[in-house]
Write a new protein. Structure first.
Length: 63
């Protein structure tokens, strides 16, 4: 039983690591969908991205 829990924990951590690698989002990125306009707007920096799928990239300018 403990071995099964260890394998499950490693699987969850591996999944989280893989999904994190495919995104550049930070805690400062707060995307909100504007359905009427068909776009996504970042609350932090004001960036706008058209489309129906939530963005996976941060568009905040680098300082």
């Amino acid at each position: 039983m403990p071995v099964l829990l260890l394998i499950l924990l490693l699987a969850v951590l591996g999944y989280m690591w893989i999904t994190r690698r495919n995104s550049t989002l930070t805690r400062a990125c707060r995307w909100r969908q504007e359905r009427a306009a068909g776009q996504w707007r970042c609350v932090s920096c004001g960036a706008v991205v058209p489309g129906g799928v939530a963005p996976r990239d941060c568009l905040r300018p680098r300082d």
